[in-house]
Design a protein around this ligand. Sequence first.
Ligand SMILES: Nc1ncnc2c1ncn2[C@@H]1O[C@H](COP(=O)(O)OP(=O)(O)OP(=O)(O)O)[C@@H](O)[C@H]1O
Ligand SMILES: O=C(O)C1=C[C@@H](O)[C@@H](O)[C@H](O)C1
Ligand SMILES: [Mg+2]
Length: 178
Amino acid sequence: MSGRIVKPGVAPVVVLVGPPGAGKSTVGRLLAERLGVTFRDTDADIEQLAGKPIPEIFIDEGEPHFRELEVRAVRAAAETHDGVLALGGGAVMAEATRTLLKGLPVVFLEVALGDAVKRVGLDAPRPLLAVNPRAAWRELMEARRPLYLEVATAVVDTEGRPPEQVADAVLEALELKY
Ligand SMILES: Nc1ncnc2c1ncn2[C@@H]1O[C@H](COP(=O)(O)OP(=O)(O)OP(=O)(O)O)[C@@H](O)[C@H]1O
Ligand SMILES: O=C(O)C1=C[C@@H](O)[C@@H](O)[C@H](O)C1
Ligand SMILES: [Mg+2]
C-alpha cells in the first residue's frame, strides 16, 4: 500500500464523523489497532467529564448542556490527542467544532437509514432516537449531511461492509499506511 506513514505526536491521525450507527466508535477502535495508535471517543470523554452515561445527561441537564460538554470534549481531544478520534453523531452541529476540525484528516462514514437503524437498535439507547428512531434518524441526517460534508476530507460508504472493510477503506481514502 502506498501513502504516508502515520507519525503520532502532532494531531489526530484520523477523525471520524457521521450519524449514529455509522460505526465511528467501532471502526475507530479497529483503525487505532491497525495504526498502532490510541483511540479516543468524545462520547466516552463526555461521560467521564459528567460522571454519568449520556442518556442520563440528557435527562438530568438537557441536550444544550450535553452540547456544551461536547464542544469542550472535542476541543480537548482535537488539541491533544494524537491517535484516532471518533466524534459523537451530533458534534458537527457546533460551529466551534467545525472550526476545530479544519485542517484535520476527517472521514465522514456514510450509512443509509435501514442499516443505521438496524445497527443502533442492537445497542445502548441513543436519547435522540428513543422515540420513532426511523423518523428521528432521517430528520437528523437531513439537517446534518451538509455539515458532515463540510468538515470531511474524505467520505467512506459503510453500507453492506463489515467494520474491517470500512477500516481498510478509510486507510485507503486517507492514503495512510501502517
Ligand atoms: N460496518 C458495520 N457493519 C455492521 N455493523 C456495524 C458496522 N459498524 C458498526 N456496526 C455496529 O453498529 C452499532 C453502532 O456502531 P457504533 O457505536 O460504532 O456507531 P457510532 O457511529 O459510533 O454511533 P454514535 O454516533 O451513536 O456514537 C454497533 O453495534 C456496531 O457493532
Ligand atoms: O447523534 C447525536 O446527536 C448523538 C450521537 C451519540 O454519539 C451521542 O453523542 C449522543 O447520543 C447524541
Ligand atoms: Mg460512537
